[in-house]
Structure formats: C-alpha cells, structure tokens
Design a protein around this ligand. Structure first.
Ligand code: GAL
Length: 663
C-alpha cells in the first residue's frame, strides 16, 4: 500500500510548490491528488483556458518524485458556466434551486452540462493523459455529497419519462406495475408523469422506487461519459472515483463497474458523530470512531471494483460534524494500517495543509495553516515506516504468505448488501426504526467481534466458496439468486422482510418471503413494527434472554423452529442449510445465532473485547486497539498466539496496533 495526500496547488503560492513536493516525499508519501475543484482557474472565462499554472504544478510534483491523481473539476462548475445555463441547477424536493456559492449545484440529468463536463474532461485528458507522472484520474468528487443525487428539475423529469418509457414500453404496463388504479392515479401517456415530489401525502411507492433507480442510473451514465473519454485519451491510467461513508443514494456497484479502483473518503470521527450510533458509543469512541466504521466501508468498496483505496483519510479534527474532537494520538496511524490490512491499494490524507480561508478553514491537514507539521504528519511518517517494515517482512516470509493466500475465500464470510434494498425500505419503512443499513451494519459488527474476515457482496457476486453467507434482508429476490443459493452447501441466513416485495413493489402472491419459499417452508402471515418501549421477549437455546425491538413477523410453515419467543412466535427457522430469521435480533441473540451457524463451518470464531478488532491478511494478523485502555493480547485465545510480533507488543496500548506473523 502506498501513501499520498490531497493537495491544492491553486490555494498556495507557487514558490511553495517545490518545497511541498520535497516535503511530501520526505514524509513517505508517494501519491498526490490534485485538480478536482479548480475549474475556475483552468477556464476563467468560457473557452479561455489557463493551463500554464497546472502545467507547472504537475511538473513541480513530478520533479519531486510524486505520482499524480488528476481530478476532473466537474463537482464545481464555475459561475460563468452556471450563469450561461441556469437550468443546470439541481432542484430539491421542496422545489427550491440549489444555488451557486458552494459546490455540487448541478443536476445529473442536464444534458448541456454533461456536454460541458465531457468537454473539460477531454481537454484535460488530451493535455495530461500521457504525462509520465499522471498515474490515474478521479472523476468528479463524491457523487451525491450534500444530498445531490435526487433532483426534481425539468431536465430530470424529462429523462425520467424516457427511462420509464424504455422500461415499460406501454403506459398500460406502467399503470399495472405501479397499481395506479388505487386513488385514480392512472396515466394516459408517459409525458403525463411527473417526478414523485410535492404530493399531498406519500407518492406511490412503486413510482418512488423507479425514480430512485432512475436517479442512480443517472449517476452511472454521468460518470461513464468521463471514464470513456479518459480511457480513450489517457490509456493505461487508473480511473477512480471517491465514494462516501454511509451513503447509499446510488448503486456503487454499478459505478464501480466502470472504475479500475473504487476509492472512498474515510472520516471515522465525523461519521460516528453524524450517524445514529448510541450515545454510549458516541462517548466511548469519540476520539477513535466506532471500531467498525472504517472497516465496513473498506470491505464494502473492495467489492465494488477490481481494487480499492482510501482517497481521503481524516488526519485530525474535521469541520463538518456537530462536534469535531481530535483523534487520540495513534489513531491516524491505526486507520492507515487498518486500510492496509483490508487490502487497500493506497491511503491518501485529506489534506496536505490546513487552509486559512473559506469553508474548510477549521479542517485539519497534515500541516497546520502555518506550514508546521501537525500530529497527523507524525503519524503518517510512522505509518510509512510500518509499511516499509511489513514489506520487508513479507518478502522474508514469502512462503507463509503463499500458504495463507491458498484459499482466503474459504476463510471469509459473505455479507450481502443491496443499494436497491436501501431505497425500498426508505420508501416504505413501515416502522421508523427499520433502517436497513443499520441492520446490515449490526450483522457486520457482530461478525467482526468474532475476529472473522468479511466480504460485503452484491447479489451478482459469486457466492461459491465462502464459509457462510449472511443476507440481513433482501426484499426483492430474483430467480437467479434462488438458483445461486440452492447450489450452496454452507449455512445461508436470510433476515426479516426478505422476499417481501416483487420487483414492482407489491406483496408477492404467495406472501413473504416470496420465492424464498422454494428453499424453506415459511410464510409470513403478519408483520409488526414496534416503537421504543414495545418488545417481544424470549430465551435462546443457549439459555440467554433476548429482546426483540423494531420488527417481528408471524410465520407459519413446516420449517424447523430453532429460536422462538416466550409466546411461541418463531424467530429463527431452518430447512437444511437455509435459515430464515423473522425478526430484528438484539445483539445477544444475533451473536448466539451466528455462533451456532459458525459451528457448521471450519471457522474458529473468537470473542474479542468490544474495543479490539483484527484482520488476517497474507499470513499476518493485524490487531487494532480502538479502546482507551491497554489490552493484554496474551489473555485472548487468538490464532496469533506464539507468532512473531513484527509491529507492536502483547500489551497493546490504547490506539495502538500490532502485526503478528503466524499461520
Ligand atoms: C470530503 C470532500 C472533500 C472535503 C472533505 C472534508 O467529503 O471530498 O472535498 O470537503 O470532505 O472532510
């Protein structure tokens, strides 16, 4: 794994550039990302280009020995461009324009803006695409940041109608699929259909889900315009985009299919603060981030393209969360090496130097605004030294590496995640607390607490060869997926609301779990969502009490009941290797159910302390202490015992890491 940083030559005097480049190299950085917000400097007036400064910046960084990732500047269209086509502005769900003065104000569906993006991308690719120092490209910047995927503009409405007409061909087919007879919502033609916003009460969920699918496809086709131009004019360069954390408004698997490397922007402290973690977790991990935030996204985005990397790594306090604490000393290094443990290609810090002006002046960089190294820089240096040490050891232990690489999939759990499922449950939650992403995250966390390696997979991935397959919920199940699961002989667990909808957002004729009934005889006859304070209780086979919150289903059928509530309601049913969990399990029950399933595999789960995480890669055990106290690794019955500590020691201090060579 290489290290890098995000750098904005246009923010700093040219006289600094050479020194900055030399400083980066001396710190151990090898990559630098530039350019993604600099359109107003590249083209100050329509058609009047100024490339001289960028030519010189690229030369300066190249001369300094850095490889460059060049960003296309399309996330920040300049004022002259917006003024020349005011209808390119996205419209929010209240009908308000998203005005100029920050960034990402464009609508993905605006065709003349797409042409402008193609134009600037082509000019850049032709000018810099074959430069030796340009190793790759970043398209745009964080699609969807600041809630910008959904737009209710005239342009979006027009392209949505075309999308619908392609999908349904006849308006009668659309009316039938959506069930428009309900409330007299039938349309006579595709032209009559509007975007689903500003309706009196909720819009038809089938209408909303199609709009969400369309909006996601718009991001995919917008991105593809740039990737095709870059491939043509800048051959053999890596194409990337930087995804975000806990962000689901478009299908990252589909965008990732057009990339060489899926990258993401990792801000563990900001994400902990801004997403629905418990108060206890927010307090406990305020300066470290919840131990599964970064890893969850590493494992998700690894599955979105051929390779993956961290394009922006938090180097200190950020500026955008409700509160912005400083990471514990050691965390920036820990996050960096954890990315390596999850097979990142590179990790690049955001940003090189804290900027003293404009929106992000309170966001830390590796350097302070006065140019002096901040804590993040010290830790980047340490991470660079760790990587060098590991590289050396890996060469020495090549045999160990090869042995372990034999069949990593057989040692790994496949955890399914679907963007479409997220849109569906957002459209029809049926209970405020049914939040699909958190259901998936809780399964991920439970498995990670057992020290297991996890691949987060999509329904199109090959599931053959995994030790176990967990599908927290899959509301729409297609026949291909059923066939795929049928061919597996490892434990497969489906969660609540699986198979509960058809592709057209209706209840299946045979009721939930729909087509899954081909594999296990359970039928859902009634569902309940529960407010806070309303629960069902039970005692698991292990004798532990559990409590069901959020969601429970009443099922009938011939499948064996493995876990149930005190009142006899089945919670976990089984037929052969297929399990159906018909409730949102609490932590203890989820743990017990997963432990039981793991007994049917060759894996050896360990119970890790709440603050400790591990990952196995290439014969090394990477161990991370996310807690505030020292942890004695000697007291934990882990497979690393007796191994050789390459980094760290048995008494693992807070925010520290250990890397141990062991089979
Ligand atoms: C990212 C974005 C960067 C910067 C950063 C601040 O979301 O890509 O441009 O704004 O956040 O943390």
């Amino acid at each position: 794994m290489k290290l890098g940083c995000c750098y904005y030559p246009e923010h700093w005097p040219e006289t600094d550039w050479d020194n900055n480049a030399a400083h980066m190299r001396e710190m151990g950085l090898e990559l630098v990302r530039i350019g993604e917000f600099a359109w107003s400097r590249m083209e100050p007036q329509q058609g009047q280009y100024d490339w001289d400064w960028l030519d010189r910046a690229i030369e300066s960084l190249a001369k300094g020995g850095l490889k460059i990732i060049l960003g296309t500047p399309t996330a920040t269209p300049p004022k002259w461009l917006v003024d020349s086509m005011p209808d390119m502005i996205a419209i929010d769900e209240k009908g308000n324009p998203r005005k100029f003065g920050s960034r990402r104000q464009y609508c993905f569906s605006h065709m003349p803006y797409r042409q402008e993006c193609a134009r600037i991308t082509q000019i850049m690719a032709m000018r810099y695409g074959n430069h030796d120092a340009i190793m790759g490209w970043q398209t745009d910047n964080e699609y969807g940041c600041h809630d910008t995927v959904l737009s209710y503009s005239v342009a979006a409405a027009s392209r949505f109608r075309d999308w619908l007409s392609n999908k349904y061909d006849k308006i009668s087919a659309l009316n039938a699929a959506w069930g428009n007879v309900f409330w007299s919502m039938e349309y006579q033609s595709f032209d009559a259909i509007d975007l689903p916003y500003l309706t009196v009460t909720e819009a038809n969920p089938a209408h909303v889900l199609d709009y969400r699918r369309f909006a996601s496809d718009e991001v995919v086709s917008f991105n593809k315009i740039q990737t095709e131009i870059i491939k043509k004019y800048s051959p053999d360069r890596i194409i990337m985009h930087n995804f975000m954390g806990f962000y689901t408004d478009f299908d990252h698997h589909k965008v990732g299919a057009d990339l060489d490397i899926a990258t993401w922007d990792s801000y563990p402290l900001g994400f902990l603060e801004m997403f629905p973690f418990s108060d206890e977790e927010k307090e406990k991990f305020a300066r470290q981030g919840h131990p599964d935030i970064a890893a969850f996204h590493h494992d998700l985005y690894r599955g979105c393209s051929n390779k993956w990397g961290v394009m922006e790594q938090q180097p200190g306090p950020v500026n955008w969360a409700h509160h912005n604490p400083a990471p514990l000393d050691g965390m920036v290094r820990l996050w960096t090496i954890e990315a390596m443990a999850h097979e990142a290609d590179f990790c690049s810090y955001f940003r090189w130097r804290q900027i003293p002006f404009a929106q992000e002046q309170m966001h830390a960089g590796l350097l302070r605004p006065d140019g002096v190294e901040a804590q993040g820089a010290l830790e980047a240096r340490q991470a660079a030294a760790d990587i060098a040490a590991l590289r050396e050891t890996a060469t020495l232990h090549e045999t160990a590496t090869n042995q372990n690489a034999q069949n990593p999939k057989a040692q790994t759990i496949a955890l399914h995640f679907s963007y479409e499922a997220q849109w569906l449950f957002e459209t029809q939650p049926q209970g405020q607390s049914f939040q699909y992403l958190w259901l998936v995250f809780e399964h991920y966390s439970a498995l990670r607490r057992m020290g297991l390696n996890i691949d987060i997979v999509s329904q199109d991935d090959d599931l053959e060869g995994y030790a176990m397959v967990i599908i927290p919920s899959m509301p729409i199940i297609n026949d291909d997926f059923i066939a795929k699961v049928k061919a597996l002989n490892v434990p497969v667990m489906f969660g609540p609301r699986s198979g509960s909808k058809t592709k057209d957002f209706s209840i299946p004729d045979n009721l939930a779990p729909g087509p899954l009934q081909q594999l296990i005889d359970v039928k859902v006859t009634r569902v309940e969502s529960m407010r806070e304070g309303l629960h069902h209780f039970g005692t698991s086979r292990h004798g532990d009490d559990f409590r069901i919150d959020h969601w429970i289903e009443h099922v009938v059928g011939t499948a064996e009941v493995v876990e149930q509530c005190h009142n006899g309601t089945a919670i976990l049913s089984r037929h052969n290797n297929i399990y159906y969990c018909s409730a949102w399990p609490d932590d203890a029950l989820l743990h017990n159910m997963l432990m039981d399933l793991l007994k049917l595999t060759d894996l050896k789960p360990i119970i890790l302390p709440q603050e400790l995480r591990i990952r196995r890669k290439d014969g090394f055990h990477y161990i991370f202490n996310y807690g505030c106290k020292m942890i004695d690794l000697g007291n934990i019955h882990g497979p690393w015992q007796g191994g050789n500590y390459i980094i760290g020691q048995e008494n693992l201090a807070s925010a520290q890491i250990a890397v141990i060579a062991a089979d």
